[in-house]
Design a protein around this ligand. Structure first.
Ligand SMILES: [Zn+2]
Length: 299
């Protein structure tokens, strides 16, 4: 019973509250590509599809596709975040170009040989590399770096050096970008160690290093990731309403940002989206659990 004289507290929808509500609703009504309300990133990274995505341009200020194909589509804000990060690094440390591997196809769905990359939330980014003399060169592809920061390039028949400075700047830029909502940076333990050692030696902000430590992981199974990073974006609350299925841990700094964000849609619109008839076949849950659902096969 409310205290006398105090009006009952009005329910003010917050993004955090809606996320919880939607997550609960999602248990009974998993998103489906057949559901008319669903759009954007639908389902999970390893069972989903993509509508209304954006294609990363073939080249731009600081990036270039590794291969000329239809595998560079993603959630528009995620694609923009990759563009922003590559552009920033090209401006701050000119001379290098980010080589971009697979994102998702235009409509998402299965993308061999990956286990994920299905719903516009994943991207493979080749490492920034230099020659042994330190001259930046565009990555020739998936060359494997060891703990000494060197990789053999079989095509160029030369050793390449891991460009820890630019690579850290990429990780830093992504985890500090609120629109990127970086949930995972899959990368080998050796590369992670090099990046963190560099960041600490440079006196980078503790909060940024903590975020990087949270998201960097050598996945198992899914490949060592000593030849590229795989980044994944977390669903936003409005994307969850439209069918994006959250998997894996919610990062504290992303949740904190969401909690402060005012909901722009009206309550009725959101409730309709959350509780309205979704129909369609249920997307089966991943039986292997969080980590297995988050990783991929070797590219
Ligand atoms: Zn990947």
């Amino acid at each position: 019973m409310p205290a006398r004289g105090r009006p009952p507290r009005a329910w003010t929808p917050t993004v955090f509250g809606l996320t919880v509500l939607v997550a609960a609703a999602g248990c009974a009504r998993a998103p489906s590509p057949l559901a008319p309300q669903a759009s954007g990133s639908i389902g999970s990274p390893n069972h989903g599809v993509l509508t209304q995505g954006a294609e990363l341009p073939k080249t731009g200020p600081g990036w270039v596709w590794l291969r000329n194909d239809d595998r560079h589509h993603g959630i528009p804000r995620f694609v923009r975040a990759i563009e922003r990060a590559a552009t920033k690094i090209a401006e701050e440390r000119p001379g290098a170009v980010l080589s971009v591997g697979d994102l998702s196809t235009r409509s998402g769905g299965a993308l061999m040989p990956h286990l994920s990359h299905r719903s516009g939330r994943d991207a493979d980014l080749l490492f920034y590399v230099t020659t042994l003399d330190g001259a930046p060169v565009t990555s020739p592809g998936f060359v494997h770096f060891g703990p000494d920061g060197l990789a053999w390039d079989p095509d160029g028949k030369r050793f390449l050096r891991f460009d820890v400075e630019r690579q850290w700047l990429l990780v830093k830029t992504l985890v500090e970008d609120p629109e990127a909502r970086i949930q995972w940076v899959f990368v080998s333990r050796d590369v992670e160690a090099m990046l963190l050692e560099w960041a600490r030696a440079r006196g980078e902000p503790a909060d940024t290093i903590a975020r990087a430590m949270d998201v960097m992981l050598q996945p198992k199974p899914g490949g060592v990731h000593d030849d590229h990073v795989h980044i994944r974006t977390a669903c936003s609350p409005s994307e969850i309403v439209r069918g994006c299925e959250p998997t894996g841990p919610m990062r504290a700094w992303i949740a904190a940002t969401d909690a402060k964000t005012e909901v722009t849609e009206t309550t009725s619109e959101l409730l309709l989206a959350i509780l309205g008839p979704m129909g369609g076949a249920r997307v089966p849950p991943d039986p292997k659990g969080v980590l297995a659902s988050d990783v991929e096969a070797e590219p």
